[in-house]
Design a protein around this ligand. Structure first.
Ligand SMILES: C[S@@+](CC[C@H](N)C(=O)[O-])C[C@H]1O[C@@H](n2cnc3c(N)ncnc32)[C@H](O)[C@@H]1O
Length: 214
């Protein structure tokens, strides 16, 4: 599929381990390529939650372990992270994770109904240089696309550790009147992911955004 979006991710050079690579042989068991596959399973679960850019999957795995009643759709393009999550699914015998492996914006674009109860994005790639800001995933157009796939009362949680990205997210939220800004979210207190941990160690603040679809 040709991608009409500018790349929002860096092709990470990070080495894939042998076990992560072996785990990829089981991807087909969890891989979803169309939202119709998710809808087929919706009656078996209480809520359907999408985590975009799960990285190494610490948060995705934790949530899935703690909430077996919910179905978690993990989205990532980074093969080592996908391999890592497949290993954790196997080790923890998790039956409530499915994986989307391409650019999530293309997957979402094909969905013409509300299917998610929650969407989470923790520390999206910050693209700190001004000339790269246009590659940032979260902008007003992206918020519109999430709005369409969220159920009414659905929850969108985003966080970033880059002040300048937080300002631009704030601006995009201001342009989108269809979300109510909540003062807090349970996701503010979840375990630290790899990128959040790094931000804390480097003395950066984490800016959370919690929105409800009106
Ligand atoms: C900075 S990392 C954060 C990873 C993790 N959430 C964390 O906090 O440790 C951002 C992740 O988003 C993924 N990503 C970026 N754009 C994406 C897209 N369009 N579709 C799916 N994943 C994407 C990248 O591959 C990367 O692993």
């Amino acid at each position: 599929m040709r991608n009409k979006f500018l790349p929002s991710f860096v092709q990470r050079k990070g080495r894939i381990t042998k076990s992560q690579e072996d785990n990829l042989n089981f991807l087909h068991k969890y891989h979803v390529t169309s939202h119709a596959q998710i809808l087929l399973e919706k009656n078996n679960f209480k809520r359907i939650i999408l985590e975009i850019g799960f990285g190494n999957g610490e948060n995705l795995i934790n949530l899935a372990k703690e909430n077996p009643q919910n179905l978690y759709i993990g989205s990532e393009v980074y093969m080592a992270g996908i391999g890592q999550v497949l290993g954790a699914i196997n080790d923890n015998e998790l039956a409530n994770i499915r994986l989307v492996t391409g650019d999530i914006r293309l997957f979402i674009e094909e969905i013409n109904e509300s299917i998610f109860d929650e969407v989470l994005i923790i520390c999206p790639d910050p693209w700190p240089k001004l000339k790269h800001h246009k590659r940032r995933m979260i902008n007003s157009e992206f918020l519109d696309s999430i709005y369409k796939v969220l159920h009414s009362d659905g929850h969108l949680f985003m966080s970033t550790d880059w002040e300048n990205y937080a300002e631009s997210i704030d601006e995009s939220i201001g342009q989108n009147l269809d979300f109510k800004v909540l003062s807090s979210s349970p996701y503010e207190n979840i375990m630290l992911t790899k990128f959040q941990q790094r931000a804390v160690e480097e003395g950066r603040k984490i800016y959370p955004f919690s929105l409800k679809k009106i």
